[in-house]
Design a protein around this ligand. Structure first.
Ligand SMILES: CC(C)(COP(=O)(O)OP(=O)(O)OC[C@H]1O[C@@H](n2cnc3c(N)ncnc32)[C@H](O)[C@@H]1OP(=O)(O)O)[C@@H](O)C(=O)NCCC(=O)NCCS
Length: 255
C-alpha cells in the first residue's frame, strides 16, 4: 500500500522540491499546462513495479553504484546487460560457476523476474518505490538482518530515474526507510557510497541531511574482474551511519 506524501521534504509548502513539476510533453505552451505532482513512497507491488525498477537499476549512471562495476558500453537493454555482466564476472575472476550464478541473481538484479523472485523469497529485504502520478521513478531497499541481537539495518540500492532527479525523490525514499527502521526498533543503519565511478558524484549531502554521518572510507574494495579491461576493479566506499535516537529509559524496566 502506498503512503501518500504531499510534502517530500516535510518543510514549508514553498519548498522547491516538495512536488514534482511535470509537463504534458505535447509541446506548445507547456508551462501553462504544468501540474504539480506529489511523490508517493511505499512498498513495491512486486507484480507491477519491478519492470521499472529493473530499468532504473540498469541505467548506466546507476549500475556501478549498485551492482559493482559496469562494463563499458552497457546498454539500457536488460538482456544485453545480463549478458555483459556474465561476461564481466567471468571465470577468470576465480569465481566458480555456482558463485557466478548466485551473483547474477542477488547482486545484478537486472530482469524484472529476478527482482520479483528475489524480494518475494527474501525475509530480510524490503523493496520500496517512489511514484509520481502513479509512475515508478525511484527505489530503495531496506536490509533487515533477522534474529535476536540484530540491531543494525542496511540501506541499499537507492536510485532515481534520470528524469526525476533533483526533486527530492531520494530524500523522501531515505526518510521513509528511517521511519520504517525506527518502527522496527533498529538501533542504527549503514550505507555505502561507492567512489571513483564515472563522474564521481557523491550524494554525501543527501545522507547527511537525513542524519547519517560519514565513518570514513573503506579503501580499495574489490568489486570484481573486468574482462573488458582485463583487470580487477577496486573502488573506495564511504561508510555512512545512521543511529536511532537513544531511548530515555531502559526497555522493559518500569522504574
Ligand atoms: C543519488 C540519487 C539517488 C539522488 O536522487 P535525487 O532524487 O536526485 O536526490 P534528491 O533530489 O533527494 O537530492 C537531495 C540532495 O542531495 C544532493 N544530491 C543528490 N544526488 C547527488 C549526487 N549524486 N552528488 C552530489 N549531491 C547529490 C542534491 O543536490 C540535493 O541537495 P540540496 O537539497 O542541497 O538541493 C540519484 O542521483 C541516483 O540515482 N544516482 C545514481 C545511483 C546512486 O548514486 N545511488 C546512491 C548510491 S549510495
Amino acid at each position: 500500500m502506498m503512503n501518500r506524501i504531499e510534502n517530500v521534504r516535510g518543510d514549508s509548502p514553498s519548498s522547491r522540491d516538495h512536488l514534482y513539476r511535470t509537463g504534458n510533453g505535447e509541446g506548445g505552451d507547456t508551462s501553462a499546462k504544468e501540474n504539480l505532482m506529489p511523490v508517493e513512497v511505499g512498498l513495491a507491488d512486486l507484480e507491477k513495479d519491478t519492470k521499472v525498477v529493473a530499468e532504473i537499476f540498469s541505467q548506466p549512471s546507476v549500475i556501478e553504484h549498485l551492482a559493482g562495476v559496469a562494463p563499458k558500453g552497457t546498454e539500457r537493454n536488460i538482456s544485453g546487460f545480463r549478458r555483459n555482466i556474465l561476461k564481466y564476472m567471468s571465470k577468470d575472476s576465480g569465481i566458480d560457476d555456482e558463485r557466478l550464478k548466485e551473483l547474477g541473481k542477488t547482486i545484478f538484479q537486472a530482469t524484472k523476474e529476478e527482482i520479483r523472485e528475489y524480494y518475494k523469497n527474501s525475509t530480510s529485504s524490503e523493496l520500496y518505490v517512489a511514484k509520481i502520478n502513479g509512475e515508478v521513478v525511484g527505489t530503495i531497499t531496506l536490509e533487515k538482518p533477522t534474529g535476536s541481537g540484530m540491531l543494525w539495518a542496511g540501506v541499499s540500492k537507492m536510485a532515481v530515474s534520470q528524469e526525476a532527479r533533483g526533486k527530492g525523490v531520494a530524500t523522501k525514499l531515505l526518510r521513509t526507510l528511517i521511519d520504517r527502521m525506527s518502527q522496527l526498533g533498529f538501533q542504527g543503519a549503514t550505507a555505502g557510497i561507492i567512489r571513483g565511478v564515472e563522474g564521481d558524484s557523491i550524494p554525501l549531502h543527501l545522507f547527511e541531511e537525513e542524519g547519517f554521518e560519514s565513518r570514513g572510507t573503506l579503501k580499495k574494495i574489490c568489486l570484481g574482474w573486468s574482462k573488458i579491461e582485463g583487470k580487477f576493479i577496486y573502488r573506495d566506499s564511504i561508510r555512512m551511519e545512521w543511529r536511532a535516537p537513544q531511548p530515555q529509559k531502559p526497555l522493559g524496566k518500569s522504574g
